[in-house]
Design a protein around this ligand. Structure first.
Ligand code: HEC
Length: 222
């Protein structure tokens, strides 16, 4: 991949990390005792940042500028003041309504080997990709899954032994599908990507990941 493609993505990641750091636990800055209300100066700064973002990038291939537009949930969760409980509930209900349940009623009947490939791949959605299909899920960036895979992130909880430990009741299977489709339905400010809702993964790919998590033959459950 050329430098041209990496630079804007890296900058976006850095900005996102900075924003995430600022809003953690609702504090405006580390050590601040209370989150101040957003004043006129904050709003002016925010407008300047948005302007800078919009004029610093250009649309190329499938990487269009709509990627910069934050929806209601993203705005609320990157605000210096964390959303209150009632707002979280309202946002989660709206995200829940976006979940598409399996069109054929089949939640877990995918191929766990395909799921393993999708879970480890972080490939996709760059401007050189001709089509947004066939992306990776990048799950290992945040989760341990197969205990033999040494390269696993810790932003999310370990999923080692997922179905062995949690079973395969209708409730857990449904929850897991929903979580994979739109993680913000269960925690509005979740760091987990909204794979189905965000058109990162297709329904078939999510079914393969479900098999990776639930199939007794999958290394996740060994
Ligand atoms: C950027 C980090 C990140 C990525 C990438 C990510 N997740 Fe998550 N995931 C999380 C976090 C954080 C949680 C904890 C709950 C929350 O805040 O949403 C979570 C929760 C979950 C849960 C629920 C676990 C439980 O015990 O309830 C499942 C299942 C899950 N992730 C599966 C996946 C799969 C499969 C992928 C890849 C398609 C993936 N995640 C990608 C961060 C991530």
């Amino acid at each position: 991949m050329s430098k041209k493609a990496i630079a804007p993505l890296a900058l976006t990641a850095v900005l996102a990390a900075l924003l995430a750091g600022c809003v953690k636990h609702g504090q405006y800055a580390p050590g601040a005792s209370a989150a101040p209300a957003a004043g006129a100066a904050d709003q002016a700064l925010e407008a300047r940042v948005e302007e800078m973002m919009l004029t610093s990038f250009k649309a190329t291939g499938i990487a269009a500028l709509d990627r910069q537009i934050r929806d209601e949930v993203q705005k609320a969760c990157s605000s210096p003041v964390q959303p209150d409980a009632a707002t979280m509930q309202r946002l989660e209900a709206a995200q829940m309504a976006t979940i598409q349940w399996p069109s054929n009623g089949d939640f877990t009947g995918g191929d766990w080997k395909e799921g393993a490939r999708i879970a480890i791949s972080g490939r996709g959605l760059t401007w050189t990709d001709a089509s947004p299909d066939n992306n990776g899920g990048g799950c290992y960036n945040c989760h341990a899954m197969d205990p033999d895979e040494v390269s696993a992130g810790t932003i999310g909880p370990s999923l080692v032994g997922y179905a062995r430990l949690r079973g395969n009741s209708e409730e857990i299977v449904r929850y897991t599908w929903g979580k994979l489709w739109n993680a913000k339905a269960y925690n509005a400010c979740s760091n987990m990507p909204r794979n189905g809702y965000g058109k990162i993964l297709t329904e078939t790919q999510i079914r393969h990941l479900m098999a990776y998590l639930f199939d007794p033959a999958s290394p996740v459950n060994k």
